[in-house]
Design a protein around this ligand. Structure first.
Ligand code: GLP
Length: 240
């Protein structure tokens, strides 16, 4: 695990965005695994700026998102489908057929998990972007998730729902379930880039890097992968 500490969120976003830009320039038809949450916003902004400057095109890039809330229609302002369109997809030349996000609308959740998993297994993600939950979750793989898990229907922990309440009007509005890539899917990527910012992430980051490799800290599974880069701002690195 290569750990890079930068001064602040802006530097973190530029560094992560530069790494993704480098990949897209060297492999224009690469497959990206994408994350949601507050942390990647600056990285997506950076990519949009590089696209507008004519430095990159995403017309042959494929994307696979980590997860999607159940209980929200895709048009809901807090669905990850909307998040990706609002913050990245609508601003670049990515082709609609190349954007993949788990579908949780209608249908049977198990077959939705199975079809997303089949799609994922038909490709190899070149770079998987990740944030980290304050309880050490990645995607929506909560503490206790077996490392062997593939795409599944997950129940969100109380901690995760409280953390994500800031995006909703009340705790009751935060979904209780989601479809997420499993840890096994995440570890199949050729490379992984995890970004974390702020003092609220310092404990989980320290556990991920220096604690035991345990299902209680899902992000600790990343230490079993040969090509992981972690970019932290100084606050997130405070306990290293
Ligand atoms: C959600 C997402 C994760 C993300 C986490 C942290 O739970 N499913 O992929 O890493 O939030 O989000 P934030 O970056 O807002 O702290």
């Amino acid at each position: 695990m290569k750990v890079i500490t930068v001064r602040d969120y802006n530097e973190l976003s530029a560094k992560a965005g530069q790494l993704i830009t480098d990949l897209i320039r060297s492999k224009p038809d690469c497959t990206l695994g994408l994350a949601t949450g507050g942390t990647p916003l600056g990285t997506y902004q950076y990519l949009v700026e590089r696209y507008r400057a004519g430095d990159i095109t995403l017309k042959d890039v494929q994307t696979f998102n980590l997860d999607e809330y159940c209980e929200l229609p895709r048009c809901h302002p807090q669905s990850y489908y909307r998040f990706m369109h609002d913050n990245l997809f609508q601003h670049v030349d990515l082709q609609a057929e190349n954007m993949h996000i788990p579908c949780t609308e209608g249908g049977d959740p198990q077959s939705q998990c199975d079809s997303y998993n089949t799609l994922l297994n038909s490709t190899t993600v070149d770079l998987q972007l990740l944030g980290i939950g304050s309880n050490g979750h990645i995607g929506f793989c909560e503490p206790g998730t077996p490392f062997t898990r593939e795409t599944f229907l997950t129940r969100l922990s109380d901690k995760t729902r409280q953390d994500n309440q800031r995006f909703f009007n009340s705790l009751e509005e935060v979904p209780t379930t989601a479809i997420t890539m499993g840890i096994k899917n995440i570890l199949q990527a050729r490379s992984i880039l995890l970004i974390a910012s702020g003092r609220g992430k310092a404990e989980c980051v320290a556990q991920m890097i220096n604690g035991p490799i345990t299902e209680q800290v899902p992000a600790s599974a990343l230490r079993q992968h040969p090509n992981v880069t972690v970019i932290l701002d100084q606050d997130a690195a405070a306990l290293l």
